[in-house]
Design a binder for this molecule. Structure first.
Ligand code: NAD
Ligand code: WQD
Length: 333
């Protein structure tokens, strides 16, 4: 059985569906602090199977360790974390406690269960302000620009230390900017903290907000706005299934491996807005405002390693990302 922490969340739910559709048994552990129980029912609708879940807060060590007596885990995929960048700067301790203590408890559960395989949700944020694009895994890990980002760097370090003593084997997947929704439109991003650009664009297109604030048009990029590597959430999900196969087939070359997951294409904020308008035939009003503190100007991935070693393929275009996100939002109130 695979333990999927945060399996009711945005990326976790898409991954759970993909795992189940590939024949894996899954236990979801989530305390629904940034998701709802209804996601479980939506995943069940897609898979046509009952999904096992436990409502547990991962910082509750006793409750986490008690899972060892109830289930036999072969692998863990650890998604559960807080992820709002701005909130992490306002309240760093909330982030350090949830993201780091949560991981520590999960690893201790693995040790208690004799489970050695871990896949960890990391982020391109561990590369900090990059000197060179596209970013490869060999690019230096730098000080991230937020406490949230720092939790990802620290978690990778904890995991690396545990792999170096042979306690576990781990794959860190460093996501770039996941967007889009499931092709059934039953799953998608349901943010409570509106930091990320995609939910904000949708709010404007729906008329809930008057306009999008574009953070800066004076960067040294194609049109002055920041450039990012947007990647479909279902492509991100499928990489976890591939990483799981790599681990289970004993194909790992080192006890700790890291892979970038991006589409390898950079889109500016203006390009993203224009493409969203064109694909969905809606207007997105915007105003250019000052730069956002901590924004990296231009980052996109070299994901060659994931394609070669995980045999990962990108299946979705930017148009499909933007149209699925919009169609999913129209299904929501
Ligand atoms: P999400 O908030 O939608 O999902 C996280 C899930 O974890 C939620 O269902 C939440 O309820 C649960 N959770 C959080 N803390 C918990 C705790 N203490 N105990 C139990 N459950 C808990 O986030 P997401 O976008 O799906 O992100 C998943 C992972 O990927 C996170 O680790 C995030 O940092 C990482 N990541 C996300 C992005 C992105 O842009 N979405 C990019 C890079 C990395
Ligand atoms: C995208 C672009 C903004 C909002 C964050 C995390 C990173 C990773 C991905 C988890 C940027 C611009 C945004 C707005 C704007 N997550 N923007 N107006 O900053 O690339 O990365 O999510 O690990 O760690 O930092 O994503 O969606 O916030 O911004 O102009 O109102 O949109 O400047 O260029 P970001 P984002």
């Amino acid at each position: 059985m695979i333990l999927v922490t945060g399996g009711a969340g945005y990326i976790g739910s898409h991954t759970v569906v993909d795992l189940i559709n590939n024949g894996y048994d899954v236990l979801v552990v989530d305390n629904f602090c940034n998701s709802t129980v209804s996601v479980i029912a939506d995943m069940e609708k897609i898979c046509g199977k009952t999904i096992l879940f436990e409502n547990i807060n991962l910082i509750d060590k006793e409750a986490v360790l008690a899972l060892a007596a109830k289930y036999k885990f072969t692998s863990v995929i650890h998604f559960a974390a807080y992820k709002a960048v701005k909130e992490s700067s306002d309240n760093p301790m909330k982030y350090y406690e949830n993201n780091i203590v949560g991981l520590m408890n999960v690893i201790q559960l693995m040790q208690k269960s004799g489970c050695k395989n871990l896949i960890f949700s990391s982020s391109c944020t561990v590369y900090g302000e990059v000197d060179k694009v596209p970013v490869k895994e060999s690019s230096p890990i730098q000080q991230p620009l937020s406490p949230y980002g720092n939790t990802k760097k620290i978690c990778e370090e904890i995991i690396r230390d545990m792999t170096s003593i042979g306690a576990i084997e781990a794959i860190a997947l460093r996501y770039f900017n996941p967007i889009g929704a499931h092709t059934t439109y039953l799953l998608g991003d349901n943010p409570q903290n509106f930091d990320n650009i995609m939910p904000l664009i949708i709010k404007v297109a729906k008329g809930i907000s008057s306009h999008l604030n574009v953070f800066g048009d004076d960067y040294n990029t194609v049109d002055g706005s920041c450039v990012r590597d947007y990647v479909h959430v279902m492509d991100i999900a499928s990489a976890h299934v591939k990483a799981m196969e790599r681990m289970r087939k004993g194909k790992m070359e080192k006890a700790f491996e890291a892979f970038n997951l991006g589409s390898e294409k950079g889109y500016s904020v203006f390009e993203l807005i224009k493409t969203f308008e064109k694909v969905n035939n809606v207007k997105v009003n915007f105003k250019v405002v000052g730069r956002r503190e901590g924004d990296v100007s231009n980052i996109y991935s070299d994901s060659t390693l994931a394609k070669e070693k995980l045999e990962w393929k990108i299946n979705f275009s930017i148009e499909e990302m933007l149209s699925s996100a919009w169609k999913r939002s129209l299904k929501q109130t």
